[in-house]
Structure formats: structure tokens, C-alpha cells
Ligand binder design. Sequence first.
Ligand SMILES: [Ca+2]
Ligand SMILES: [Ca+2]
Ligand SMILES: [Ca+2]
Ligand SMILES: [Ca+2]
Length: 483
Amino acid sequence: MASLAGACSDDLPEVLDDGGSSSGTTDGTTTTSTNTTPGTATDSGTTSGSEGTTVSVDEGSSSGGGTTTGDDSTSSGGETTDEGSSSSSGTTAGVDDDSIYEIQDGTIPGGANVDVRGVVVTGVANNAIFVQEPAGGQYSGVYVYLNAVPAVAVGDEVDILGTAAEFNELTEIDASAGVVTPTGVTGIVVMPEVVMQADLAPMLAEPWEGVLVRIEGMPLTVSALPGFSEFDVNGGGAEDTRIDNFLYSVLDRLGTYPDFGVGASFTAIQGPLNFNFGEFKIAPRSAADLEGYMGGPPIPGEPIDNLVPGDLVVTEVMFDPTCAGDECEWIEVYNASGIDVNLFGLRIQDSALSVMNQGQVAENVLVPAGAVVVLAHGDAASWPYAVPPAAYYGGAPGLNNGAGGDLVAILNATEVLDQTATYPVFGVSDDGISWKLDPTMADAVANDDPLNWCFSTVVFDSPAAIDEYGSPAAVNEAACAML
Ligand SMILES: [Ca+2]
Ligand SMILES: [Ca+2]
Ligand SMILES: [Ca+2]
Ligand SMILES: [Ca+2]
């Protein structure tokens, strides 16, 4: 998965949007923040569904490759190398066809230019694809970084010119300066390799990296929600398998998966085996890759995907707490819907309004009608206050402390449910003082007006012996602090 990190590096800076004084320390959070990055590339799957379109084609190679790769795909007998097929395909004469096997098993070193022909697209992300040798087997798949929206679809046969790369333990073809050329053959069905969950244990999974794999269980039960819109499943053995949101996100489609959570289950899950942040992950590509869904225990409260803009209101924003690196930023959310709501899946963004830079509530948070709750950046380890928040949303977004201020937006799977006005900043004067909405103006339209907000006047906690001002999970006071 070397490339994912490489692939995403372009996006990383934007994650750290906490421009304020804290930026140095905020960098520390990058690990977590960036983890969101691959995750949230999610809906790319759909975006890139822009099939039909043609990729920028190198006509030189495609003219030769068209026939060659056609042959390649039919000669799916030998799984060892391409050599058999390339030699067998007389048309290829003179073309040295590198295979994915050679790239994945190290025969071709990182940094080498590669010319891979007649491989099949098995997954499409927003700036990358997975491809596989039609013969399948171990070492048959690889991640291909494009740095552009792929103009190919699952099942397309392609030729690839690029560079073999190994980065953060991920093997990839970097085709960002190369070319991916459809041969014109489409609709090729690559059968997934059925593996045991134990085969995907960290020490054993390497040969399957990039390969379309499938696990089956009786059933595969959701065992954990680690955040970042991913989840773990367990079919009864010792090994949990992480399910990625890189190509398709269940957590962003909770309407499709009612009562999703720990205890929900599937009978089979398949997708290319991704690798990032030290974990192998199966990346399903569509609902079809997630078979036999059964909901878990009923989840209390109305799911956020049934809410409409205005049902939830952001009423308070601690954008510059005094803790290190602003790891303990928090927001307050008011349930104005009139019914009890469950915030599971709620996404939190800042002024970038970017899925590349968002947090998400990954647990059930029941908010009774009319109640306010606190949602916090980071995790419990970085929370300095006596009263815990209702939930943590992870390492992104970072709310800007610097010039221009920032805002908070909260979203369900499909739309912004509420967005605040842009808060003003006052340098060190606003440190540890929350920005709060006038309690008589607690609605999603009134909070668009910065004149309905001001800074807090009441001390709520004194971590590290420094007074901090705000009213987390309590109705805001009317008074305003003058900064
Ligand atoms: Ca901040
Ligand atoms: Ca400040
Ligand atoms: Ca609003
Ligand atoms: Ca409050």
C-alpha cells in the first residue's frame, strides 16, 4: 500500500486547516486526520462511475496493446507470470510485458518503469484504481495511483505505463506521470479469491494485497467501529477483518443498512485488499460486495439520514481550547427536531466543507428532543475536562484559530443539516473561551448570523489550572464577553 500515502500526500496539507497558533502541534494530529483521507475518498466510487469515458490514451501503445491484452485475458491459465501469456500472444512480439506478479513479489524493484498489459480493473477510487492479472492468485493485484479521476470502470481491460513504487509498505504502480490505456475489452468478470479471515492477518496478508478477495462467514458479525467510517467483522475466528470505506462507505449509507452497528452482520464481503495506516482492509466497491446484510440490535432514536436541515443546530463552538494542539476542540449540538435523534454517522466539517477533512460520530448517541450534547475532536486520551463529551469525532477537522476564523458544519449522509456563521478570532484573547449562540436564537437559520453569537462568560472547567469559559451540554447564557 505504499502508494496510498503517496497518493494522498497532495491532500494532506488541507487536512491541517487549523491555521492558528496551534498549527505546530496540530500537525501532530496528522496521523489521525490523514486517516480520514483515504476513508473519505469514498464516494469516489460513485463519481468515477463515469464509465464510458475514455482515458487519455497513448495511441502508440494502445494500438499494439489492444490485441495483445485481449489474448492475455483469455490465456488465464497460468497464474505464475505474464511471460507465458505474452510469449503465447504472437502479436506481442518485441513487447516486454511486465506482470503485476513481478511487481508484487519484488522481482521488479521499486522505482523501475513498468509496462503492464492486459490487466483488469477491479476497483475505482477518485484518483486511483485497483487492477489485477486475469489469472488471479496471490500477488495478482495492485493499486495504481493516477492523481486524476479514472476514466475506466470495473471490468475494463487496460494497459499501464508507470513506475513501480513501494511506500509505507504499500506496493503500487505510480501512473500519475504514466498512462492507463483501455484496450477496448470491457465487462471482464474477475472472480474474487475466497480467503479465510486468518489469511488476512497482518503477517500473512501481503500476497493478497491489491487482489480482489472475498471472506465468508456464518455470519460475519460487525465487531467494532474503529472510526474513520470503517468497521471490523468477525466470523467466529481469532482474526477480525477491517472493512474499508475507500471505494464504498456503509457508514455514509446508513439508510441502506438499517440498525448498522456492532452486532449487525453480513454473510460475505468482497473487494480489493487495500492497505493503509498499518492495516489490511477489504474495500467493497458497491452494495453488491456486501452480501446477506442483517441489522444489529435496534438502534434507539431517529437516524440522522431521516433528518432535514434545521433539525439539528450547532449552538456552541470551542475552536481554541487551551489544551495542547487544540486536540480538545468541541462543538455543541441542539436537537430542534422535536423527536429523539441518534447522531450515529453524523459528519463534522469546517469551512472547507470537504469530505477529505471531516470527522464522524461512530457510535450511538441518543439526543432527546430539545437536548444539547457535546461532540469533541480527538479521542478520550486528549480530553482534559472533567465531564466527557457525548462522543468524539476523530482527528479532523481542525478549527482555525487564525485570521478569517472558521465555521462548523454538520452533515448526514447526503446534506448539510446545519452550518454556523463564521466565527471571529481575537488572537490570545479568545483562548479557552467558547463562541456561543444567543439562547433565544437557537435555530439553524438564526445561527447563520454572526450577530447572534458572542463569546462565553461562565467558567465550566479549569484544566491545567487555566479557567475555560463555555456551557458545554448546557443551555447558553445570555451574557456576552467583550474581547
Ligand atoms: Ca483550533
Ligand atoms: Ca486564540
Ligand atoms: Ca445554520
Ligand atoms: Ca452551551
